[in-house]
Design a protein around this ligand. Sequence first.
Ligand code: GDP
Ligand code: MN
Length: 337
Amino acid sequence: LDMPEVHGDSKASEPKVSEGLIQEGTANAVMLMLARNSELEGAVSSVKQLEEKFNRRYRYPWVFLNEEPFTDEFRQQVAAVTSSNVSFGLIPHEDWFQPDWIDEEKAKAGRDVLVKQNIIYGDSVSYRNMCRFQSRAFYKQELVLPYRWYWRVEPHVAFHCDMDFDPFAYLHNNKKVYGFNLAVYEWMETIPSLWATVKEFVRLHPQYIAPNNSMEFISDDDGSKYNGCHYWSNMEIADMEFWRGAAYTAYVNYLEGTGGFYYERWGDAPVHTMGVSLFLPKDKIHFFDQIGYTHEPHSHCPQDLDFRAEHCRCQPGRSIDWLDYSCYPKWFYMQRR
Ligand code: GDP
Ligand code: MN
């Protein structure tokens, strides 16, 4: 029996668009921000913009996460700029902090290597905590578990377009899993052994590799070397059923076991990207052209001329899409093959 899927409760009495499809504003989705109390101003700024440009029409709830309790000031000021439900979660210790079984001497040596190479956040343990959390734990948080879809938002980002569409409903109705709008190259110094580790995982678990995957996006030599391309995870809209599923779970457990999040500085962006690229068919990945966005130093301004003229205030000349340091061209040509 093929039952239509119904998510959300706000428009329950209205007829569904058609079987299996959901209406805009009814996705089981959450606006999700990891932030520090010190980032209050940037958090308010990001929420305010997304509310004005998107969420005031759809009223998706916000969830804020932090490894320290949010201050009353943070809670009040953030809640003041949205009319949606807002909740604040405390991340369990084990999901955030460096585990005891990590060899701190080895981790320190790994940090020193990056410091000598002047790599950003080379010395930072908290950055590694954050990347590991965003790689393997955000989608299991108590406040996040009830939801299927999320939009990751960071403090101090900018949104440039008025959105009269619901990206969650779009992904759902088009059977997509992962949405992005910027793709760039990774600092390879931060992930010296990540690709070898992923290849070993694949050798042990070949059953997880999807037909028609995106190997072409992440490797220029059919998997021998990683080319550094990754979806920029500070803005992603995706289906957490994928992160919670067997393939991705086995994969991040395997990565975690090597200690690479601390011995090196594995970013959640390459970790997400490799998972999405290997365990999903490429047609499950969507480029959200219409989400104009800046997270310094990169910007995406929509390519769609009519949409841009009508809905956006951004400079196409600043848009990274077709510039040398963008991986979007690789994605574009891959999708057309
Ligand atoms: P970048 O974008 O890679 O330069 O890293 P960010 O500093 O923007 O951090 C990425 C996200 O994690 C942002 O949403 C930050 O607010 C959040 N974040 C980073 N470090 C911490 C931390 O130590 N604690 C908390 N609670 N959030 C953090
Ligand atoms: Mn950031």
